[in-house]
Design a protein around this ligand. Structure first.
Ligand SMILES: *Cc1c(COP(=O)(O)O)cnc(C)c1O
Length: 424
């Protein structure tokens, strides 16, 4: 372990992004936070932005703020997200949750693919997306069937598995670009090309990818995507999600939720709906201004650090962790539940241990002087380590490994029960 200690110190020393740790809020408690893929940390800039929006805009200017500041906010943020995902500003809508945006796109895609009945996804996908598909089939598209691809190794899905099920009856493929369970990253361009051969639509869920891996939706020939902003984009709890529809696809599909903010002239209060053309037609109701203001703080710090440097560090971090896991942790019963090839994964690593749940508890509530370490747990026995290159250090990873060894060697997990809190 001593060589790793030195290595961690050296890597931190040469880390071009190390100053960004101070761009985030740190409380008094010494804390190693490895759960940025569930809820990103609070950027300091966000505190000021929220304060300003509340006091100066809402407080003093009231309704006048709509024209003075708020009406252009979504577009300004869309341009920033577009930069991160490799799309044009007029292909990004920001608002609503990822789940609701996924509903809009899945409905629109199925509606456009009349006469085709198959929907393909996988058993490692984020359940909310699968629930929405089930709801669409139960309520609206009753002749459709959902085919779920099963992973052979519990981590990855092969292109050949998609190829085997894809046919001219396939309407829609729905995949997370980076799987929340295993961190496996689908080869986006290859999947899109495969689907295009059968004229099937693809919706990508970028929630575990945006801010963690390089994205180029336009050049990867993606036409529809959704994503979350409260993870690696540090937008805050329940931050508004984003939705992407390529210019070409905008000509073909329409949002199923016809609200006044998607109307061509919302303030004419017409009784009949006339959709705004383009991406803005995917808006439904009033944008959440306070949450958008918070999101801007997160996007700004990420763009300032530079997405390329960020992805480089993220990949370096997952490789460093992998090496320590393989060489130091396997004898303690831990194994990698993420792909071994770093080109095939996102910025988190999933570890398996039969005592995974109680080990997670021991990390979060240490007895004595050990640091508090917050990872994330997924049943039945997986510990997820989210590496956020903006604020995590290589030393954080070294200390995690040291603690994991200590907890297992001293059977510290026996101090904890098997009871689970509501959100872990
Ligand atoms: C976190 C996450 C979501 C979040 O959905 P919300 O509706 O915004 O809560 C969706 N999909 C994936 C893959 C996620 O990881």
């Amino acid at each position: 372990m001593t060589t790793y200690l030195k290595q961690a110190a050296d890597l931190d020393q040469n880390d071009q992004l190390k100053r960004f740790k101070q761009a985030f809020y740190h409380g008094d408690e010494p804390l190693i936070y490895l759960d940025g893929n569930s809820l990103g940390m609070l950027p300091m800039a966000t505190l000021q932005k929220i304060q300003h929006t509340i006091e100066e805009q809402w407080g003093k200017r009231l309704i006048r703020s709509w024209n003075e500041s708020w009406i252009g906010l979504q577009k300004r943020l869309a341009a920033k997200i577009a930069n991160i995902v490799g799309a044009r500003q007029d292909e990004i809508f920001i608002g609503d949750s990822t789940s609701v945006n996924f509903y809009k796109l899945a409905f629109a895609a199925l509606n456009q693919q009349q006469g085709k009945h198959q929907i393909i996804s996988d058993t490692l996908n984020f359940p909310s997306d699968l629930y929405i598909i089930q709801g669409l089939i139960a309520n609206t598209f009753q002749n459709h069937q959902l085919t779920l691809l099963e992973s052979k190794d519990g981590m990855t899905i092969g292109l050949e598995q998609i190829e085997a099920r894809l046919n001219h009856d396939t309407a829609l493929l729905s995949f997370s670009h980076v799987l929340f369970r295993s961190a496996f990253k689908y080869p986006m361009l290859e999947v899109n090309r495969l689907a295009a051969e059968f004229d099937a639509s693809v919706i990508w869920d970028l929630s575990h990818a945006a801010g963690a891996v390089p994205l180029s939706l336009n050049s990867d020939e993606a036409h529809m995507a959704v994503g979350c902003t409260y993870k690696y984009l540090n937008g805050g709890p329940g931050a508004p999600a984003f939705l992407y529809v390529s210019k070409a696809m905008q000509e073909k599909i329409q949002s199923p939720v016809w609200g006044w903010f998607g109307h061509a002239q919302p303030f004419s209060f017409d009784l009949a709906y006339h959709a705004l053309p383009g991406i803005e037609g995917f808006a439904a109701g009033t944008p959440p201004i306070l949450s958008l203001a918070a999101l801007e703080g997160g996007l700004d710090v990420l763009l300032e650090a530079g997405p390329d440097r960020l992805y480089q560090k993220a990949s370096q971090m997952t490789r460093f962790l992998q090496q320590m896991v393989e060489e130091e942790l396997s004898k303690y019963g831990f194994s990698m539940a993420s792909p071994a090839d770093h080109n095939q994964r996102g910025s988190h690593i999933v570890l398996h241990h039969s005592e995974g749940f109680r080990i997670t508890k021991a990390l979060i509530e240490p007895d004595g002087k050990a640091p508090v370490i917050i990872p994330d747990f997924r049943p039945p026995s997986f510990i997820r380590i989210g590496m956020a290159p903006l604020y995590n250090s290589f030393m954080d990873l070294y200390l995690l490994i040291e603690r994991l060894i200590q907890i297992v060697e001293h059977e510290e997990y026996n101090l904890f029960d098997h009871e689970r809190a509501t959100i872990t």
